[in-house]
Ligand binder design. Structure first.
Ligand SMILES: Nc1ncnc2c1ncn2[C@@H]1O[C@H](COP(=O)(O)OP(=O)(O)OP(=O)(O)O)[C@@H](O)[C@H]1O
Ligand SMILES: [Mg+2]
Length: 464
């Protein structure tokens, strides 16, 4: 059987309903047949009585004059054929069709109704006996009237068909209601499906069960328990990465100092000095990687409620970043500009927001060639605050744009880097309800990357 819930429920409903309609339909058909039989039998008996009433003694002989009224009762649009016969007990036929009735007459004088056949047609008939007395002579006269059954069948159909139509309509209505009802009642489940399907892979909040039917709640609660377990697992993994990065920092820093110390020794062989310099560079990039891993873990673990507690103005924050990177920009002969006016309050973590701007600006400086221009801007309107970094460097190829936010993805490997910078930016933006827009810069050259945050309404915060 199909796996569709709708089809299964319909099946459960339709089979018993069809059975019920069949049984009641049969009973109703029998009823209609009985009623139609009764009506026809009444016509037959009144006609037979009328004919029997016309049998009389004439000069010691029995005679009958069948009145037209006795047969007129049968007039119907169904062109039924009517047969009758009047016989005396010695077998003489007084009137009517000689070969009717084919059934032997009963001994009793009670009217006898029966189904028979004449000239290949089904016939409903009645036999009636009348005792005739004359001068001490007694004769029994049998009057039999029969009629083909077309009008009776038509009447039975007329009585039965409306019932059948009503019952079929009832089934159709039930099917339609089940389909509509199911579509309607399954909506909350569809909403859960959309809720789960649209989720970010790391969105581990439980699914809301309040608006669900009681029957569906246990399923969603079980999924929620699974999500909760997954959340614990993810948190443990993040903690592990953060702890590992943290643990690595001290020995790496120590190693860096030792390498520096070793290189300062007198009479060091140039080949050894070169090897020590290479080790020092590797050590620096390992420290960089460890720091970024730690920052990523910190951004991933950022708690929304904690973040909302502090208001940070992005204008001075961006200024600090620009000042910090001025030397790097100078070294790379990049014209680093800033468009920072007014106030741009955002609810969040100062250190993380600073890291976000620093990563964007650092990318722009590092990937834009000598003589390039980089601008860091913060714009605020009544509802939002946008921090954007614009450069006129080589830009990011369209096919890589969707992937640059993945951890460890690097569009070009010409320069050093861990591939974690934009992953950190995305985590920090998500934690602060920020929306990232990445597009080519002015004239299709370079990169324009902006992050838009909800602006903090100061008055509202003061009231709260
Ligand atoms: N302003 C930019 N111009 C051109 N390419 C960029 C720019 N910003 C990012 N990219 C590309 O996107 C990739 C991912 O950037 P991301 O900051 O995540 O990593 P990274 O800069 O390579 O390493 P990290 O920042 O961790 O040292 C970069 O490798 C680079 O190819
Ligand atoms: Mg980077």
């Amino acid at each position: 059987m199909t796996n569709s819930l709708r089809m299964r429920l319909l099946w459960w409903l339709l089979v018993p309903l069809a059975l019920y309609v069949f049984v009641t339909g049969k009973a109703e058909y029998d009823n209609a047949r009985r009623t139609a039989d009764l009506v026809q039998d009444n016509q037959l008996i009144s006609s037979a009585r009328m004919i029997a009433g016309e049998v009389e003694w004439v000069d010691g002989f029995l005679r009958v004059d069948v009145p037209p009224a006795a047969l007129e009762v049968f007039v119907s649009p169904y062109r039924d054929q009517v047969f009758y016969s009047v016989r005396v007990d010695d077998g003489r036929l007084l009137a009517g069709t000689p070969d009717f009735p084919p059934r032997p007459l009963q001994a009793s004088d009670m009217p006898d109704h029966y189904d028979t056949e004449l000239h290949g047609q089904p016939v409903r008939a009645v036999g009636l006996v009348r005792q005739m007395y004359d001068n001490g002579a007694t004769r029994r006269v049998w009057v039999t009237v029969g009629k083909t059954v077309r009008s009776r069948d038509a009447m039975a159909q007329q009585l039965w068909q409306p019932q059948l139509v009503r019952q079929i309509a009832m089934i159709a209505l039930a099917v339609a209601l089940v389909c509509i009802g199911l579509t309607f009642e399954l909506r909350p489940l569809m909403k859960v499906k959309e809720d789960v399907a649209d989720r970010d892979p790391m969105q581990l909040e439980p699914i809301r069960v309040e608006r669900l039917h009681t029957e569906l709640r246990p399923i969603v609660e079980a999924i929620n328990q699974c999500i909760a377990r997954l959340g614990v697992q993810v948190a443990a993994q993040r903690r592990f990465i953060a702890d590992a990065a943290h643990q690595l920092r001290t020995p790496l820093t120590l190693l860096g100092t030792q390498l520096q110390f070793a290189r300062q020794q007198d009479g060091i062989h140039p080949a050894l000095d070169e090897a020590l310099a290479a080790m020092h560079r590797s050590n620096r990039s390992m420290v960089g990687l460890t720091n970024k891993l730690l920052l990523l873990a910190q951004a991933e673990a950022a708690d929304n409620t904690q973040l909302a507690a502090e208001t940070v103005d992005l204008v001075p924050l961006a200024m600090e970043v620009v000042e910090d990177l001025a030397l790097l920009a100078q070294a790379r002969e990049i014209d680093l500009g800033a468009e920072l006016n007014g106030v741009a309050p955002v609810a969040g973590h100062r250190g993380l927001l600073q890291a976000l701007i620093a990563n964007l600006a650092e990318n722009a400086i590092r990937y834009t060639g000598r003589g390039g221009h980089v601008t860091v801007a913060v714009n605020a309107d009544s509802d939002t605050v946008t921090v954007s970094v614009l450069d006129d460097g080589p830009g990011i190829p369209a096919e890589s744009r969707s992937r640059v936010f993945e951890p460890f993805f690097r569009a070009s490997t010409d320069t050093d880097g861990t591939g974690l910078g934009l992953a950190i930016v995305r985590e920090i933006a998500d934690a602060h309800h920020g929306v990232i827009a990445l597009k080519p810069g002015v004239g299709g050259k370079g990169v324009h990357i902006g992050v838009t945050f909800p602006r903090v309404v100061e008055e509202l915060r003061a009231v709260i």
